[in-house]
Design a protein around this ligand. Structure first.
Ligand code: NAD
Ligand code: WQD
Length: 341
């Protein structure tokens, strides 16, 4: 499948931009829809430098359904949608739940309207391991039931999945996949694109690189009294280029009608747990740069440990992660240096 046209929502964001690179490298034609609410359109230059292709971005708010439909209609037929567009700050969502409900659930509804009105057959949705809440058993399989949402952001991911499940159930010619990401991190090896948070970084890997470059004084490790190898929390860090690849495989799976069900869900993690302290040491080993850190209190709402059982995605989509925590740290560091120049 090489000439299919894919609409990528949130294509100027962190994961969307890396996925566009993977799609273009795999022969797809891509149009992005992004209103820049959490990104810079400069990322289109980075994508062009890597792929040699200038991607068109439609600058419209997807939560404004009518306006978005009008703007997107003008760009012709699409064979699939990969839906990244969402606000993703857990912290902010606690203070502004309605902003998150409107933006994230509103945009998700728009994607369904687009599929109906523009006859787009397939969709991939960015879900999250946050849908599991606090898992009782590790590693987490896709059969693990949703936990109570820890915050409004998590509720928007659960809601998205519930709505798509119902939507695809009764649509003969349509199909969809939710990919439940664990902890995306790292950057493209060219250091031409990466994560550019418009707000202060709160995720561990950018916090480490910002400390290394001197923007922050030190990293606070949120707790060392968890029941883990060294007392710090365990997560499944997945390289963003591996993550991006999974989207190309997922859309291909639907385009080639390899799906068993009209709606499927897949965990997207490497299947290994890494502690916070191990992540810091991996950064130091991979880059030779030492970082200041101190042990602080636990962060409210943190799950002690979560990592994926990725059997389903490796078996059904043929996905295989090829990057490890060292290359996550190397690429994140190269990007941190490049973007501060
Ligand atoms: P990001 O903020 O870098 O990218 C999201 C993009 O969507 C941004 O460019 C933003 O401008 C755009 N956008 C948001 N609302 C929009 C709207 N209403 N209309 C048009 N554009 C809009 O985030 P990311 O890290 O690339 O995340 C992509 C997706 O993956 C999100 O749905 C996020 O919830 C999900 N996810 C991310 C992580 C993570 O840790 N990064 C983990 C699990 C799931
Ligand atoms: C990772 C680990 C922290 C910063 C969040 C969202 C989740 C998903 C991914 C979207 C934790 C520790 C962190 C720091 C630290 N997003 N840490 N000091 O919390 O696993 O997941 O992003 O769906 O929904 O909740 O990621 O990168 O914030 O934290 O010790 O300064 O690093 O306690 O154990 P998290 P994270």
């Amino acid at each position: 499948m090489s000439t299919a046209r894919i609409l990528v929502t949130g294509g100027c964001g962190y994961i969307g931009s890396h996925t566009i690179v993977d799609l273009i490298s795999s022969g797809y034609e891509v149009v992005s829809v992004d209103n820049g609410i959490n990104s810079s359109f400069d990322v289109l230059d980075g994508i062009e430098a890597i792929t040699g292709k200038r991607v068109v971005n439609i600058n419209v708010d997807l939560s404004e359904t009518e306006e978005a439909l009008e703007a997107i209609k003008a760009h012709g037929h699409f064979d699939g949608i990969i839906h990244f567009a969402a606000l993703k700050s857990v912290e902010e969502s606690v203070f502004k739940p309605l902003r998150y409900f409107r933006n994230n659930i509103g945009s998700t509804l728009t994607t369904m309207q687009l599929m109906e009105e523009l006859e787009i057959p397939h969709l991939i949705f960015s879900s999250s391991c946050t849908v599991y809440g606090t898992p009782q058993k590790l590693p987490v399989t896709e059969d693990t039931p949703f936990g109570r949402a820890e915050n409004p952001y998590g509720a928007t991911k659960q809601t998205g999945e519930i709505l798509y499940d119902q939507f695809f159930r009764n649509r003969q010619a349509k199909s969809g996949i939710s990919l439940r990401y664990f902890n995306p991190a790292g950057a493209h090896p060219s250091a031409l694109i990466g994560e550019s948070p418009t707000q202060n970084a709160t995720n561990l890997v950018p916090v480490i690189t910002e400390t290394a470059i001197g923007v922050r004084e030190q990293i606070t490790v949120f707790g060392d009294d968890y029941p883990s190898r060294d007392g710090s929390c365990v997560r499944d860090y997945v390289h963003v280029t591996d993550l991006a690849r999974a989207h190309t495989l997922a859309i291909e799976h639907l385009l080639q009608h390899k799906n068993d069900n009209r709606y499927e869900v897949y965990n997207l993690g490497i299947g290994e747990g890494v502690t916070v302290l191990e992540a810091i040491f991996a950064f130091q080993d991979a880059t030779g740069v030492q970082v200041n850190y101190k042990i602080g209190p636990r962060r409210a709402g943190d799950v002690a440990a979560i990592y994926a059982d990725n059997t389903r995605i490796t078996d059904h989509l043929g996905w295989k992660p090829v990057q490890d925590i060292q290359s996550i740290m190397q690429s994140a560091w190269a990007w941190e240096k490049a973007r501060r120049k």
